[in-house]
Design a protein around this ligand. Structure first.
Ligand SMILES: Cc1cc2nc3c(=O)[nH]c(=O)nc-3n(C[C@H](O)[C@H](O)[C@H](O)COP(=O)(O)O)c2cc1C
Length: 357
């Protein structure tokens, strides 16, 4: 039952799931109401927390929306490396006056319990990141009418998603804000991330599945570009993070266009897995030696990040941001969907005119 997602909503615009609070029910509902696809992020939430948010979205809109799940992680972390990092973070714990979190705070993110809810009370779309679900899981969701999407960062991962019978792939370029959805974190491939246009083009030629393109997209003309390259939809995170409906902390939203922050980098400093954020003090100091240990490092730094956010200290927070962050526009989410759709139309018309000239 492989089918595109385009028939579910009018605009080829998806609001990226953003764990940590940004993609709250109000944001997802506003995007879906405007004719895009809003997404909830189940990551870091309990199964019940996820379900409450699903019910909230249903109370706000009757339109389709999606729920994003983190795949359970294999045990790859070296406990000795995690311990060394714990010592390296001791000064942060003193500075923010909080003990570090327990690195063994759980690796499966409540995956089975969340799936059970999504099978019992289906939602229109479920997407997965950090790995590829089994065929059984994909089929079980498809049987209850749910479309499935798997995030991929290479052609091989896209082929694995096709093997698993997913309905679509979310092709994530290295420009993307937040975590790379790589199926298996491997430090040997650090620096080998592929830019979105190159990746979409390769995946288009390698698999039959519909493509959702994501990473660094902030304007309608970029949506036109990825659709021309073979994508069916564009997914935007950073662009929606700054919307008034987004649950991201105000200081995170403001940092996106603050001239103080000029660069983004992929770092393991906050979570142990490569994620793109604005370069701040914490990232600069700890990025160079942070181990490949997700989610152990995520659990360990959680109290530090919370304390920094409480203090409004952007130098200690994980300021996830895509490479296009300076182009962020703090418009209400529904209005942003409309502006993006109008820009897309204008870009297509301009390209048509150039083609005809
Ligand atoms: C704050 C933040 C949190 C994110 N959390 C998730 C998540 O929970 N699940 C997921 O699949 N992707 C997550 N992402 C990645 C997005 O799905 C998407 O790939 C990315 O935002 C695209 O790049 P852009 O931010 O430049 O638009 C997150 C991104 C950001 C900025």
């Amino acid at each position: 039952m492989s089918s595109a997602l385009n028939d579910l909503f009018p605009h080829p615009i998806v609001q990226a799931p953003m764990a940590g609070g940004a993609s709250c029910p109000e944001l997802a509902a506003a995007v879906s109401e405007a004719g895009g696809l809003g997404f909830l992020a189940a990551g870091y939430k309990t199964a019940d927390g996820m379900y409450q948010e699903i019910k909230q979205v249903r109370g706000l809109t009757g339109r389709p929306f999606g729920v994003n799940l983190f795949m359970p992680q294999p045990e790859v972390a070296d406990p000795a490396a995690v311990d060394v990092y714990r010592h390296q973070l001791a000064g942060e714990a003193t500075w923010y006056r909080t003990p570090l979190g327990d690195p063994d705070g759980g690796r499966d993110d409540g995956y089975d319990a969340k799936l059970a809810i999504l099978r019992d009370d289906p939602v229109p779309v479920v997407s997965f990141t950090f790995g590829c679900p089994t065929r059984e899981v994909v089929h079980a969701l498809q049987r209850v009418g749910t479309r499935t999407v798997v995030t991929v960062t290479t052609v091989e991962e896209a082929q694995a998603a096709q093997e698993a019978a997913a309905d679509a792939v979310c092709v994530q370029g290295v420009e993307a804000g937040g975590h790379q959805g790589t199926h298996r974190d491997n430090p040997e491939t650090d620096g080998a991330g592929i830019g979105l246009l190159a990746l979409v083009t390769q995946v288009r030629e390698a698999v039959r599945l519909p493509i959702v393109a994501t990473g660094g997209i902030m304007r309608g003309a970029q949506i036109a570009a990825v659709l021309t390259a073979g994508a069916d939809l564009a997914q935007l995170g950073t662009a929606f993070l700054v919307a008034p409906e987004s649950g991201a902390p105000t200081v995170h939203k403001e940092a996106m266009t603050d001239p103080l922050f000029t660069r983004t980098e992929l770092t393991r400093a906050f979570s142990g897995r490569p994620a793109r954020g604005l370069v701040n003090r914490f990232l600069r100091e700890h990025g160079p030696y942070a181990p490949a240990a997700y989610p152990q490092v995520h659990h360990m730094t959680a109290p530090l990040r919370k304390a920094a956010a409480r203090a409004g200290d952007t130098q200690g927070m994980a300021l996830w941001a895509g490479q296009g962050h300076r182009l962020a526009r703090a418009l209400p989410a529904g209005q942003l969907v409309e502006v993006l759709a109008a820009e897309l139309d204008a870009a297509r018309a301009a390209a048509g005119q150039r083609g005809a000239a």
